[in-house]
Design a protein around this ligand. Structure first.
Ligand code: TRP
Length: 449
């Protein structure tokens, strides 16, 4: 009985974590960055950062969350008794800004998934359709994307008002496996298209001449973004995790699952890009141009396309709610607003920025910030700067403010789990030295270049 109970709850946690981690970051952002950054080199760097920085960081967010039994704002106050708690608590504020900035473009892409559901339902995706033109129509038009973005945000807000877990967890349990099956199906079809070989090479054979500091920074940012770290999401989830759960294993399983989805998405997209004679550096529209086209080459593709975009919508939704919740929790717990007011105000601020992001692909194309349109600027600002900075401050806190004993007690569940001492030493060394140094170094070099 006990065994079953704990398995049940563990599965629930995994689903919630996977729901937050697996989303547009894997299926939309990863493939388009791989395309923009020269393929295999980007993937290698991404996997490297994931292993040496982001997985340890995820474990550490778990440690802080479960130890403090608190959200991102309270966590630092609880764990650093005394005055400095307030100062450390400011990390929570960076999280709120990150969540706001991420949601501003995330909800636009979420809107595209809603748009593509409606198009799939009308069986628009047929062989011979100009898919680039279709995507331009869906993203550059002045009104159409705004309406779909609003619909996506409305869904997000409603779920967050009704309380996060119950409903969405139930859906996620079904959607995740379904998404998995669909992506595998796409990958197989893509790999068997004529001319797919070039895409496989692009994915797995590194061309080191493509190695630039921008590639390094993008890979670092993407590994943060995809695992949902650097923004306090994991801290909040961790506070619901039971004291007898193995947080190293939970984090590793989440990271593996997330990586698997990203790599499968890459394998589904890139071979098809080459087979269809397109260029990989298509930008944010990549997935929306390629996926419907692969479906048009499958028997019953029309039906599968509907299913795919519905599932993608849910994957996006289960991530966007975890982002909105970061903002809402702040307003409720620090400013003492009601949940409804907090959701209303935060979604309203997201809406304003989201409208700007969406328009920046069409009407406001000419408005640039540091050489990027508003959409790309928000995307880069959050993933490449805000998340790593949040992660850096956070790792400094856990590495230098928390004692070794506190840290290890939490990982080993007060000594009841056994890890090899070498593993624990390496983990602590990464948290104290490697992660902060690597993050600072990469950011410095990319700003000074
Ligand atoms: N990881 C999600 C994705 O891949 C996006 C996301 C959800 C996120 N919550 C986050 C990113 C917190 C950074 C921080 O789609």
């Amino acid at each position: 009985m006990n065994e079953r109970d704990s398995f049940g709850s563990k599965f629930g946690i995994l689903v919630a974590l996977a729901g937050s981690a697996v989303g547009l970051g894997n299926l939309w952002r990863f493939p388009y960055l791989v395309g923009n950054n020269g393929g295999a080199v980007f993937i290698i760097l991404y996997l490297l950062f994931l292993t040496i920085i982001c997985l340890p960081l995820m474990i550490t967010e778990f440690v802080v969350g479960r130890r403090s039994q608190s959200n991102v704002f309270g966590a630092f106050k609880v764990l650093s008794q005394g005055k400095s708690g307030k100062a450390w608590g400011k990390i929570g504020f960076i999280s709120v800004i990150s969540a706001l900035v991420i949601l501003s473009f995330y909800s636009v892409v979420g809107g595209w998934t809603v748009d593509y559901i409606t198009q799939a339902v009308c069986f628009n995706f047929k062989e011979g359709l100009d898919y680039e033109q279709t995507f331009r129509y869906s993203s550059e038009n002045a009104f159409r994307p705004l309406i779909f973005t609003l619909i996506f945000l409305l869904f997000t807000a409603v779920v967050v008002i009704m309380g996060v877990n119950k409903g969405i967890e139930k859906y996620t349990k079904v959607m995740m496996p379904l998404l998995f099956v669909m992506v595998i199906m796409l990958a197989i079809r893509s790999l068997t298209l004529k001319g797919a070989g070039e895409g496989v090479k692009f994915l797995f054979r590194p061309d080191w001449s493509k190695f630039t500091i921008d590639t390094v920074l993008s890979a670092l940012g993407q590994s943060f973004f995809s695992l949902s770290i650097g923004c306090g999401t994991i801290i909040t989830y961790a506070s619901y995790v039971k004291r007898n759960e193995n947080i190293v294993r939970l984090s590793t399983e989440t990271a593996l699952m997330d990586t698997l989805f990203a790599l499968l998405a890459g394998t589904a997209i890139m071979p098809a890009v080459f087979a269809f004679g397109l260029t990989p550096a298509e930008g944010p529209g990549l997935v929306f141009v390629i996926i419907p086209q692969i479906f048009s080459q499958l028997p019953m593709g029309g039906i599968f396309a509907i299913l795919f975009f519905v599932v993608l919508f849910f994957a996006a939704l289960s991530s966007s709610i975890s982002l909105l919740e970061v903002m809402v929790a702040y307003l409720i717990e620090e400013i003492h607003w009601s949940r409804k007011a907090a959701v209303a105000i935060s979604s309203l601020s997201v809406t304003v920025l989201a409208v700007l992001c969406s328009l920046s692909l069409g009407m406001l194309k000419h408005v640039t910030l540091l050489g990027n349109n508003i959409f790309d600027f928000m995307d880069k600002l959050s993933a490449n700067i805000l998340l790593p900075v949040g992660g850096l401050l956070f790792v400094l806190f856990a590495g230098w403010k928390m004692t070794d004993k506190e840290y290890f007690d939490e990982i080993t569940n007060e000594g009841s789990l056994h890890f090899s001492p070498v593993f624990l030493k390496i983990l602590r060394f990464i948290v104290r030295f490697v992660a902060p140094l690597v993050i600072v170094l990469i950011m410095l070099v990319s700003f000074l270049k």
